[in-house]
Design a binder for this molecule. Sequence first.
Ligand SMILES: [Zn+2]
Length: 145
Amino acid sequence: MRRALTEARLAYDAGEVPVGAIVLDASNNVIGKGHNDRERTADPTGHAEIVAMRAASATLGTWRLSGCTLIVTLEPCTMCAGAIVQARLDRLVYGAIDRKAGAVGSLWDVVRDRRLNHRPEVLAEVLADECGALLTEFFVHRRVG
Ligand SMILES: [Zn+2]
């Protein structure tokens, strides 16, 4: 999660909503990382999880991320939760809860929906205070500035 937070700070410094993510392979090597870059890329899918999963898939040369773990500083939205299922990730670890848009327990629980044929293991609220504080700071400053 510390590595994901480093990514989130890069987003913060670039004026993007500070969410960061990394993907680990089965041996815990970082094979993909990324942060929210929607503003810079003008891409609605530019969420940290998608950026990190694209990088991991490029590293492995396959869309299938079986055996891998995604670590992200904020509870994934519906799009990212769907992509996590599509990528067949084994494990999802997230930091702050997103009560307004979260799709891994808050508004929906996409990754643990029994109707889907793949359900990654979930570990929630890891360093949640630190992950959430960065987001709060970002939005406070944006309102003032
Ligand atoms: Zn998302």
